[in-house]
Design a protein around this ligand. Structure first.
Ligand code: UTP
Length: 248
């Protein structure tokens, strides 16, 4: 017996389904800028939800939402108020959960009505056969790190890092005009890149804690433009993509 996320209804149990016991698990690290871009865009969240519902028929889907500009607003304001780093992280986590709740609302009855606060709670929700949507967990890292820890916990086939840029670049593409997109790189190359002192402002790169976990568990990370839903479909399936594949 196992659970199947029904496209138009709450998760239901289907006995003897051909995918029983071997549904691929995919964790999506959904950047905050994808959920709340400059202009309000509920239509995009509806389209993304339709796509996720479709994939949930034969995949276990876990989405970890970033905080984006809402997190930055609270963190920057909290810093002016002399809050501690842990308190600022708590504000950021609150923003990620607010974004997660918005996506949950768009998903309707194929997602739970509560946000898991821990990796264990997320894994528990995943066992119900619904789409799991969460934000941050504890202070000290970002939602990329949460995505990698969750991917390790549930044995995910891949992590899709859906960001504002369409892959990893040789330099910050917002600042360097002829920055080149890197189509394939190893985790070691990513860690070297993050460690070379240029990582902080580099958009679209997975965070160091997440990269460490993904390297240890050999879970590929696919970095894609999160608002390109065709690219999102390809990445959930495992490629080919226009973005960057990090593995090895
Ligand atoms: P994000 O994951 O959105 O951070 O979490 P980010 O990678 O800096 O932002 P994006 O990817 O560009 O949107 C927002 C903030 O929330 C706190 C951190 O302060 C982080 O910068 N946070 C988040 C935690 O402390 N723990 C978590 O598990 C998640």
């Amino acid at each position: 017996m196992f659970y199947h996320a029904a496209p138009a209804g709450r998760a239901r149990i289907i006995k003897g389904h051909p995918f029983a016991g071997r549904m691929e698990r995919v964790v999506i690290s959904l950047g905050g800028s994808i959920i709340n871009p400059e202009e309000r865009d509920g239509e995009f969240l509806n389209q993304l939800s339709s796509l996720l519902r479709k994939f949930a028929q034969d995949h276990e889907i876990y989405v970890v939402c970033g905080g984006g500009k809402i997190a930055r607003y609270y963190i920057n304001t909290g810093r002016e108020l002399n809050a501690s780093e842990d308190q600022l992280d708590e504000l950021g986590i609150g923003a990620t959960r607010l974004n997660a709740r918005l996506l949950q609302l768009a998903l309707g009855n194929v997602a739970e009505g509560t946000i898991p606060h821990t990796i264990e709670e997320a894994a528990e929700q995943g066992r119900k056969g619904i789409i799991v949507v969460m934000g941050g967990t504890t202070p000290g890292h970002t939602t990329d790190g949460v995505s990698a820890a969750l991917a390790e916990r549930v044995g995910a086939a891949r992590i899709v890092n859906a960001t504002a840029v369409d892959g990893v670049y040789s330099d910050d593409p917002w600042k360097v005009k002829d920055a080149k997109k890197i189509h394939h790189m190893t985790f070691q190359q990513l860690l070297d890149m993050l460690g070379d002192g240029h990582g902080a402002g580099r958009s679209g790169v997975f965070d160091p804690m997440g990269a460490d976990i993904a390297l240890r568990c050999r879970i590929p990370v696919l970095v894609i433009a999160g608002r390109d839903l065709e690219e999102m479909s390809q990445a959930i399936r495992g490629g080919p993509i226009k973005g960057t594949i990090i593995d090895g």
